[in-house]
Design a binder for this molecule. Structure first.
Ligand code: UDX
Ligand code: UDX
Length: 463
């Protein structure tokens, strides 16, 4: 079965880049990317490629080549569903904020809405592909909803989790370590799997496309994220130990990572991991294990989150304690608000929690981030419900250049590892800070000797 038309519901960080790359690599397939959010679709259609709603290195070039040829962005969801042979679901699946599983389980209301809509408007057989990260056995629920369609249409559900990381999405999509496709082992399930394999094989070597049953594919995505986050929490827990023993966490990570059985990736100690996935997916795993009576398993994974929260708090209190336990009325400058470099995404960024704790203790926060807007920073803070929006607006300001963000500040805290921070005029920064001038490097990106030689007091994670 050779697919000629696909669509994707959800034009976010996953749906947008993934579909753009499929369209680029498969010019024979018509790709429609859909979203309920009109502003988002307008931004994807913007003639100025700097205005795309997602910033990813290389994305605008891909969109520029494929858009209008075989890549289309629209709000016309029902029409596109009906015209497509294969439908990807890439809507968001946030942690539930209400009811059973509140604070841990994934909220599947958008996925369910999509499934109901697909069932309602489809007039021909479809393959439905779960791209969103979902709890194990969600495909079963999606299949049941689709099967309730009264249009006499047949649906096959596949799980095809996305492993791209933000900031390197296009690189990851071009050269994936693996593409995972889970499907039912029935006659039509196997045909559906091979139809999706056929699409990816336009650019991914066939030996990197791994097919499994649906449940394994769903669970593997949660487990991959949990393992990655676990490595960060492991090294971050050691960073605290390094600080009191005189060991250097970078040296420890290098020494440990040189063991080929351990490997050197994802061992960079930091102010804590952020992003829309790690915390949400681990909480989901914790919830699933708990609800299946596997309390030890649940508690084991919960520790990864606890260490991450501890690391963010530890960093904020390091700042407060070094400013003589008092940050009231003092200004602290944060370099970076995004959850990692090369993205405008700030979901679950450590910056939000560090800023919140500092504000709670009376500090004023000035931020410079090359990609995140002040409006987004304030939205992030407001979501914590720690104080009124007006109070957040008084406490935090963002600046369009780093020097202005440093004027009259007592300390600089590096939260995101943007490359440009390394090349700043630190001599000039030293001059305009209140003395003793302090730098807290939450990403271990600065050269300690260079910073200390300029006169700064320097604190690095695990150093
Ligand atoms: C994805 C998800 O697939 C999630 O499961 C995974 O863990 C992380 O990545 P992401 O692309 O980052 O989410 O989410 P987001 O950028 O919020 O995009 C989702 C889009 O879906 C939004 O633009 C939203 O408007 C759209 N949406 C949501 C719909 O079009 N219809 C809905 O019913 C709900
Ligand atoms: C992650 C997974 O890597 C990806 O496979 C999955 O599809 C989605 O979730 P993402 O959240 O976009 O991707 O970014 P990632 O590079 O994994 O970084 C997550 C967080 O961990 C960031 O805050 C990053 O700064 C932090 N991190 C990463 C560290 O603190 N240390 C490291 O060594 C690596």
């Amino acid at each position: 079965m050779k697919i000629k038309s696909i669509c994707c519901i959800g034009a976010g960080y996953v749906g947008g880049p993934t579909m753009a790359v499929i369209a680029l690599k498969c010019p024979h397939i018509q790709v429609n990317v859909l979203d309920v959010n009109k502003d988002r679709i307008d931004a994807w259609n913007s003639s100025d490629l700097n205005n795309l709603p997602v910033f990813e290195p290389g994305l605008s070039e891909v969109v520029n080549q494929a858009r209008g040829r075989n890549l289309f962005f629209s709000n016309n969801i029902d029409e596109a569903i009906d015209k497509s042979e294969m439908i990807f679901i890439a809507v968001n699946t946030p942690t539930k904020t209400y009811g059973e599983g509140k604070g841990q389980a994934a909220d599947l209301k958008f996925v369910e809405l999509c499934a109901r809509n697909i069932a309602k408007v489809s007039k021909s057989d479809k393959i439905v592909v779960e791209k969103s990260t979902l709890p194990v056995r969600t495909a079963e629920a999606v299949q049941t909803i689709l099967d309730s369609s009264e249009n006499g249409v047949k649906f096959d559900v596949l799980s095809n989790p996305e492993f791209l990381a933000e900031g390197t999405a296009i690189k990851d999509l071009f050269k994936s370590d693996r593409v995972l496709i889970g499907g039912q082992q029935t006659e039509s399930g196997k045909i559906a799997i091979s139809a999706l394999v056929e699409i990816y094989s336009n650019w991914i070597p066939i030996e990197k496309i791994y097919t499994t049953n649906v449940w394994s594919a769903e669970l593997s995505k949660l487990v991959a994220n949990a393992f990655l986050a676990q490595r960060i929490s492991s090294i971050n827990s050691i960073s605290a130990l390094c600080e009191v023993t005189g060991a250097d966490v970078n040296e420890v990570a290098t020494a440990v990572g040189m063991d080929s059985r351990i490997g050197n990736k994802f061992l960079k100690s930091s102010v804590g991991f952020g992003g829309s996935c790690f915390q949400k997916d681990i909480l989901n795993l914790v919830y699933i294990a708990k609800s299946l009576g596997l309390h030890e398993v649940s508690e084991y994974w919960n520790q990864v989150i606890k260490i991450n929260d501890y690391q963010k708090k530890r960093f904020a209190f390091k700042i407060i304690n070094s400013l003589f336990g008092n940050v009231s009325e003092k200004t602290i400058t944060l370099f970076g608000w995004a959850f990692k470099k090369d993205t405008n995404d700030s979901r679950e960024s450590a910056a939000i929690y560090v800023a919140n704790l500092l504000i709670e203790n009376g500090a004023k926060i000035c931020v410079y981030d090359p990609r995140v807007t002040e409006q987004q920073m304030l939205l992030d803070l407001d979501k914590l419900n720690s104080r009124s929006s007006e109070e957040n607006r008084i406490a935090l300001s963002s600046f369009s250049n780093y020097i202005d963000a440093c004027n009259g500040s007592s300390a600089i805290a590096i939260i995101t590892e943007w490359d440009e921070f390394k090349d700043y005029d630190w001599e000039q920064i030293y001059k305009i800070l209140i003395k003793p001038a302090k730098v807290f490097d939450g990403r271990n990106i600065l050269n300690k000797k260079m910073i200390e030689d300029l006169g700064f007091e320097f604190y690095a994670i695990g150093g």
